[in-house]
Design a protein around this ligand. Structure first.
Ligand code: GLY
Length: 301
């Protein structure tokens, strides 16, 4: 049994973020001991979605209209999967994605349709705008009042301030259970200054998230580039012939060659771990058999 979680790529040190990742990893591990890999990754991602410092669920980046549109997907290695994109006013998009997987014949629901589906499933309305986000927006508005010449100045200043708040990126988890079943889950609030309606890689099966015969992968980073390269599926398939770290390294090299800044966590059927990024740092934690508590690391490749 093994579970890995990530809190995305970041450019500045985040105080105590290792603890947050360990908390998510521990929550997922508890489920892994009693249930299946899919339960573990959903639980781990829910904990990460609830952390206001991370760009998923509570704390997601608002779009250029100041609204939060979130996306998430979940997948099992028997190819069952589900996702939601541009969903609003939901606490845990990953759980709605699981609903799509288990209660529909579809793979992806978007926008109003995703929200209607969540409502029918009994998910309560919830405002994911975090206090940190509100503070940042207020600062940006002050700046915008002094810089009336260009509307873009408003957005650019806001983006700069957002970076200073030390927020992280997309979150995700991969796990393998005692029956060797694998699962992957990924959740995001998108990217800064995204246009309303923009959808990145995270809810798209095979692009930002994938679980299959050879392994499970969750991506973070520049969604447009990850989509074009189809990275999650490629990394998962490469694990047929190479270990998880080599597959992730190959994915990061391909991304770098194409000027795509991203990161990935992966695990293989053989229970190897692969973690990598080609810009900034990626925060992660894992818990595998024999360990008494999760280990958390930040690498800087
Ligand atoms: N990787 C998340 C996004 O691009 O939306």
């Amino acid at each position: 049994m093994l579970i890995v979680v990530h809190g995305g790529i970041y450019v500045e040190e985040i105080p105590e973020i290792s603890d947050a990742l360990k908390k998510a990893c521990s929550a997922g591990h508890e489920f892994l001991m009693q249930k299946e890999a899919v339960d573990a990754v959903e639980e781990a991602v829910k904990v990460l979605e609830d952390d206001p410092r991370l760009d998923a669920g509570t704390g997601s980046y608002p779009n250029l209209l100041g609204e939060i549109e979130m996306s998430a997907s979940i997948m099992k290695d028997d190819l069952s999967c589900g996702g939601v994109a541009a969903i609003k006013n939901i606490k845990n998009p990953i759980s709605v994605a699981r609903g799509v997987m288990e209660q529909t014949k579809h793979v992806l629901l978007v926008g109003e349709g995703a929200n209607l589906f969540a409502k029918l499933l009994g998910f309560e309305p919830y405002n994911p705008m975090a206090e940190l986000t509100v503070t940042t927006l207020r600062k940006a508005i002050e700046i915008a009042e002094n810089e009336k010449n260009s509307i873009y100045h408003y957005y650019l200043e806001r983006a700069r301030l957002r970076l200073q708040t030390l927020q992280l990126g997309t979150v995700g988890s991969v796990a393998i259970d005692s029956k060797k079943q694998k699962a992957a889950a990924t959740s995001t609030g998108g990217i800064e200054m995204q246009l309303p309606g923009r959808v990145g890689d995270s809810p798209l099966i095979g692009l930002g998230n994938f679980a299959g015969e050879w392994g499970a992968v969750s991506m973070t980073g520049a969604g447009e580039g990850i989509i074009k390269l189809g990275l999650a599926r490629k990394i998962a398939d490469w694990m047929e012939e190479m270990d998880a770290q080599s597959a992730v390294d190959r994915g990061m090299a391909l991304a770098k060659k194409n000027n795509v800044v991203c990161g990935a966590i992966a695990l293989s059927l053989r229970e190897e771990i692969g973690i990598g990024n080609n810009g900034g740092k990626i925060s992660f934690a894992y818990w595998k058999d024999g360990m008494q508590e999760p280990h958390s690391y930040k690498n800087n490749q």
